[in-house]
Ligand binder design. Sequence first.
Ligand code: MF3
Ligand code: CO
Ligand code: CO
Length: 287
Amino acid sequence: MEKTNRNASCRCGSKKKYKQCCIEIDEKLNEFQRQGYPIPKSSLLKTIDEIEGIKKSCQLTKKLLNDLNDIIKPGMTTNEINNWVHHQTLKNNAIPAPLNYKNFPKSICTSVNEVVCHGIPSEYKLEEGDMLNVDITCILNGFYGDSCRMYEVGNVSNEASQQSKITKECLEKSIQNITPFTALNIIGETIENHAHKHHYSVVKVFGGHGTGNKFHEDPFIYHYKLNYKQMIITPGMVFTIEPMINEGTDECIILEDGWTAITKDKKLSTQWEHTIVITNSGATILT
Ligand code: MF3
Ligand code: CO
Ligand code: CO
């Protein structure tokens, strides 16, 4: 952590002096660093104004995902969903973050059945029984709001619905278990325990990520257990948790298009994602 003048106004934007505000946080972080834990660099600790901006962007993402509940129907193409979200995003003075991001060709990701993530909207017509994930990231006034959820297309099997439910629980339990000034390890531990209890596997090659001022910032959020010390969860951090839970193997293959990730055994993969902010007492869901 950089040295800050004790009498300077605090970096968080509270208008208090640093010595009466975030110095307390930095002293705790320094102690954890002495114990061998990685700590966030100060750019990862968002100001009050940044958090307000990120929250507005997240609320737009959430509204679009909510609206899709009444729109997604068998027979619809994933391109039609893409175009609807694209236009609604612009109408709300925002930009769809995926479009042209590292040459991604569309405005959202649509991942059906065995597609783990990063599915590209196409002329594929949704069929009764499909499990669809829609992942939306809006940029509003420069701030990112990233979230995804599952949609059941018409009637789906009980098994598929159950897998989606457990995946959502993995996400929710991991958020509930967050305590500031503990390590990020708790997230992967919570997700893996819940998934394995229900005999699902956890995808390892993709993770959550810091976000807010850029699409993907540090830290990488692991969705499975690690036996080494991860970063200390600190008030002001904004990141996503987005577990991908599989019916069979956790192994993935990337298709020729360079984006679409599918399960190696073509069995079902489900995913839910929120953007959260760390407060003094826990985590608050922004999406
Ligand atoms: N929204 C995805 C995530 O949760 C990222 C998609 S990258 C894209 O991190 F280019 F495919 F859009
Ligand atoms: Co994300
Ligand atoms: Co996302």
